[in-house]
Design a protein around this ligand. Structure first.
Ligand code: KG4
Ligand code: ZN
Length: 333
């Protein structure tokens, strides 16, 4: 079964060709990072326009690289949310037109299900059930993945997402967008000398705005005397501990033996190391996506789309044309 998959929820125009949900025949990404860097973050209107000018070319490249023809494609997978509405609409409209022209089904795919599925591309043997720690620019969720298409959110951030906190901390430290990798790079040369606040709730929820604000206040108070690398290290380690504290609680509560990391922040070196150490100590198995599948790409969307396709979660666009992009759709809805 061959799927052509489109991801355009933020600042990457990405298209993949995936066979049977796990074999990546091509994975083409056209990133707009350099354009948005000038503005210190993603400008939604510019993102939509760039998707529009890029998408046909990226689709053609993906088909060419996979060495398939349009007639070989069985279905189209497309991210329909969550994300920037204008950006999503470009991918969704393109997918609808292509599915119409080729008369093949369309599989609307949730972006976060895609991030989780990035692990299926990395580990041939990985199957649900497992616990997923989803950490991206928009999400910090603990999700019980019951099977390939059934998800239950058991904890989430009450304010900022962890990637968002990394990006804001980067800005206050004078680092460019996207801030996560930059903060992490700087943190390698620092020491944990700053005490930062942690938040505890009675359930498995997270909060990252308190720690972000503490970092901003320290930076403003210390001015030129600020030890930037130390602050980056302190922030990174505190945040990772927060994430893994709740993860361990969930592992124990659910008596689960597999934990999967997902989302852009899963590229973080400290988080990956800490999760591996925790897994060794508490006898569960840790999974994390290959670095090339951590941040937004269409290969991960292709894997999630495949499992939705075989579960019957698709339709023929000629029968039902009203598929829309949804900016804030929740996982599990
Ligand atoms: O999943 P993603 O590519 O896009 C969303 O769905 O949001 O995640 C992007 C986020 C950004 O906030 C970026 O700063 C963060 O992931 N990120 C990192 C690292 N690489 C990307 N954060 C910390 N450490 C990293 N190495
Ligand atoms: Zn993402």
């Amino acid at each position: 079964m061959i799927g052509l998959n489109i991801e355009s929820s933020c600042d990457e125009t990405a298209v993949s060709i995936i066979e049977d949900g796990r074999k990546v025949l091509s994975n083409v990404i056209s990133t707009q990072i350099e354009i948005h860097k000038e503005f210190g973050g993603v400008v939604p209107e510019i993102a939509s326009r760039k998707h529009l000018t890029n998408i046909s070319y990226v689709v053609e490249e993906a088909v060419k690289e996979a060495n398939v023809s349009f007639q070989d494609i069985d279905y189209i997978g497309v991210t329909y949310g969550p994300g920037l509405i204008g950006a999503l609409l470009v991918g969704v409209s393109y997918a609808k037109s292509l599915a119409y022209a080729l008369d093949i089904p369309i599989v609307p795919t949730h972006h976060i299900e895609g991030h989780i599925a990035a692990n299926y591309l990395t580990y041939e043997e990985l199957k649900p059930p497992f616990l997923a720690l989803v950490v991206s620019g928009g999400h910090s969720h603990l999700i019980q993945v019951k099977d390939y298409t059934t998800f239950e959110v058991i904890g989430k951030t009450r304010d900022d997402a962890v990637g968002e906190a990394f990006d804001k901390v980067a800005r206050v430290l004078g680092l460019p967008y996207p801030g996560g990798p930059e903060v992490s790079k700087l943190a390698m040369s620092g020491e944990r000398t700053y005490q930062l606040p942690k938040t505890k709730f009675e359930n498995l929820d997270f909060s990252f705005s308190g720690i972000k604000t503490a970092v901003i206040n320290i930076a403003h108070k210390e001015g030129d005397k600020l030890r930037k690398a130390d602050l980056a290290t302190s922030f990174e380690q505190t945040v990772c501990e927060e994430l893994l504290h709740n993860t361990l609680l969930a592992v124990e509560e659910l008596k689960i033996d597999k934990v999967v990391l997902a989302g852009g922040v899963s590229a973080n070196r400290v988080l990956r190391n800490m999760l591996n150490e925790l897994a060794d100590k508490h006898h569960f198995k840790a999974y994390m996506p290959d670095l090339k599948y951590c941040t937004d790409n269409a290969a991960m969307i292709g894997s999630a789309a495949y499992y939705n396709y075989i579960a019957g979660n698709y339709f023929n666009i000629r029968d039902k044309m009203d598929l829309n992009a949804i900016a804030n759709i929740k996982i599990g809805d």
